[in-house]
Unconditional design. Structure first.
Length: 153
């Protein structure tokens, strides 16, 4: 599954998808399901995967956004897809859509929300979203950095 290209934050060309290793779950749009989205990442990667913690964090942000800011949270559902290869992990969260597109809005230090997409923008290699047929899919990629032996400090 190639990343959507309606919104790409880094301007790069679309890459080939990682081979195999997909895990997909459709979850009810309730806050309790955010923890199930995190568990899906652990099931797909294993706790020892070098990108596990970052992927869990970013997936949790997208699942929370799906529940709080889309029609998924009003009795709908959202879908989490985790795809991995030897070099990258890509996560898609598809929700029931909202009135406007996802916003990388900057918030004040006192705000209690609004940091999810800026966090994804800061930690991911690249990310983006598509909006079609009443739904929104937000995705991100994290690359696994490889350090040649002898170069590690």
């Amino acid at each position: 599954m190639a990343p959507p290209d309606s919104h790409r934050v880094d301007g790069t060309e679309e890459s080939d998808p990682p081979a195999g290793h997909d895990l997909v779950a459709r979850l009810p749009g309730s806050p309790s399901q955010v923890s199930r989205a995190r568990s899906l990442v652990t099931d797909a990667l294993g706790r020892d995967h070098p990108l596990h913690d970052d992927v869990v964090l970013l997936t949790s942000e997208l699942a929370t956004n799906a529940v709080l800011h889309s029609r998924s949270g009003a009795g709908g559902s959202f879908t989490v897809t985790v795809t991995r290869s030897d070099t990258l992990v890509r996560v898609f969260v598809a929700d029931a859509g909202s009135e406007g597109p996802p916003c990388v809005c900057r918030t004040s230090a006192q705000a209690t929300s609004g940091r999810g997409l800026p966090l994804i923008e800061a930690l991911s290699h690249r990310w983006g979203f598509t909006r079609e047929a009443g739904s929104t899919t937000v995705w991100f990629e994290l690359l696994q950095a490889r350090v040649a032996a002898g170069l590690a400090v």
